[in-house]
Design a protein around this ligand. Structure first.
Ligand SMILES: C[S@@+](CC[C@H](N)C(=O)[O-])C[C@H]1O[C@@H](n2cnc3c(N)ncnc32)[C@H](O)[C@@H]1O
Length: 453
């Protein structure tokens, strides 16, 4: 890896799970009328053929993992479960009222927080409540995020009986020192047990979330972690770059910046991981995912069908994604809306029969063009455009901004086409930033994004 390039391109930048990125959504909040109109339109256009996806945010966790950048509520009071599920089902009813037909569900993803904080019985109430008024597509995919420490065999059996076939285990790191400093102790034996139980029950895809750049990680500790991963052979691995955003997540101040591997060292951890995953038979997918060639993510990447949304890379995609629960983001392709982040505010909206959205963005023509290019770059490492003027304006500006990156031999441009060279892949977020017209029109005055490398 070229140290000079890392120094040069390691700047603060978005992870591009959406375009426009959330800080650049319109200042004026989206109105319920605008949002409902967009939901209805996309539903009418796509439900019959493609179906719709649901993301359900279950925010509760029993303890705080100090590195965590997600929207969580820490509590050991499990009495919160029933009230929360009732609120989510009521929010779902508000969406059902916008639909002319029964929704055809293509995907459900339970994210968190910790979905396995909830009891198996309460998760059944939630999924039955959703599915009672919907139809599952033939090729529907249900998945959930699981914390190995509280995922019981009963959880696995119950969710399997409800149609779930994929689970994503939050591993992060197996090293005891790293686990201690991030306040997430989970011995290998526990993970091993959950993986064996899941396979025995019949789950067909197991993902491990790992993070590089965590405090106290070293090259050796990352190698040890990956050797342990290799014993369990998950189908997929997400190898996330640690996003350090202590101004949003004060929990990240519980360790110091001196404990974090920086720049070259952080990138070296990714490169070590990448090399090891390749030796283990995993292919690199997109920016930070790896998959065995038997996994659908691998097949999708090979067929050019990879997609990226707020949860990262996915192999299936519907234009309409309804996000339920606190902080969830919904997407109609033409507009985004996000729910309020605090549980109490969420309950208040639901009690008043109001959609709990507090901000959003209706995409204009330029946004839609740029959204497509950023998605192509993130998922296919290339993009191309038509000769028409409007396309060219957005792209020409980007290509001009990319002169230096091209000079560094990280990308190749030719008329109406751009592709990322292999050495350019670590800098994919920098390439996307060149397209980000909204960012260039209004460069942030303070740091709002994590580092790109
Ligand atoms: C919302 S968490 C849910 C995981 C689940 N609650 C658990 O504890 O196993 C989803 C994933 O986001 C990733 N993540 C959380 N905070 C992060 C951060 N600051 N930087 C990078 N990745 C992060 C972790 O890999 C985590 O497994």
């Amino acid at each position: 890896m070229n140290h000079h390039l890392i120094k040069k391109y390691n700047v603060a930048g978005p992870r591009y799970t959406s375009y426009p990125t959330v800080p650049y959504w319109n200042d004026k909040p989206i109105t319920v009328k605008e949002w409902s109109k967009s939901v209805k339109k996309t539903f009418d256009e796509t439900n019959v053929h493609d179906g719709i996806s649901l993301y359900i945010h279950l925010p509760f966790c029993e303890s705080l993992c100090t590195y965590c950048g997600c929207n969580t509520r820490i509590t050991i009071n499990h009495a919160v479960e029933k009230k929360y599920i009732a609120a989510v089902l009521k929010e779902w009813d508000m969406y059902l009222a916008m639909f002319v037909d029964k929704p055809r569900i293509k995907e459900i993803h339970l994210g968190g927080g910790t979905p396995t904080f909830f009891s198996p019985e309460n998760l059944k109430v939630l999924i039955d409540g959703i599915m009672d008024k919907s139809v599952a597509c033939k090729d529907a995919e249900f998945s959930f995020e699981a914390h190995p420490n509280n995922t019981t065999e009963e959880h696995l059996k119950m969710l399997y009986s409800l149609g779930f076939r994929r689970l994503s285990l939050g591993i992060q790191d197996f090293d005891p020192k790293v686990q201690t400093i991030v306040n997430r102790i989970q011995p290998f034996e526990i993970v091993d047990k959950v993986v064996k139980q899941a396979r025995k029950i019949g789950y067909t895809s197991i993902n491990f979330d790992l993070v590089y750049g965590l405090p106290l990680q070293t090259r050796k500790s990352v190698i040890d972690t990956i050797n342990k991963v290799n014993v369990l052979r998950p189908d997929r691995i997400a190898f996330y770059s640690y996003a350090h955003v202590p101004w949003v997540k004060p929990g990240q101040r519980l360790f110091t910046e001196k404990d974090l591997p920086q720049d070259d060292e952080k990138r070296a951890l990714y490169e070590i991981g990448k090399e090891k995953f390749s030796e283990m038979g995993y292919a690199e997918i997109g920016m930070d995912h790896f998959a065995l060639n038997s996994d659908t993510l691998y097949k999708a990447a090979n067929e050019g069908k990879l997609h990226r949304n707020f949860m990262g890379y996915t192999h299936s995609y519907t234009k309409l994604m309804v996000g339920l629960g606190v902080s969830s983001i919904s997407d109609t392709w033409n507009a985004f809306a996000q729910n309020v982040k605090k549980v109490e505010e969420y309950y208040e909206c639901i009690k008043n029969n109001e959609l709990p959205i507090f901000r959003g963005h209706v995409l204009n023509k330029e946004d839609l063009i740029i959204r497509r290019h950023i998605l192509n770059i993130m998922c296919k490492f290339e993009t191309s455009w038509e000769k028409d003027e409007e396309q060219c304006k957005a792209v020409n500006d980007a290509v001009k901004r990319l002169t230096e990156i091209e000079g560094d031999k990280l990308i190749v441009t030719k008329p109406y086409h751009l592709s990322i060279r292999k050495p350019g892949r670590p800098f994919i977020r920098n390439v996307c930033m060149a397209f980000d017209a909204k960012l260039w029109r209004n460069l942030p005055q303070s740091q709002i994004f994590s580092s790109t490398v």
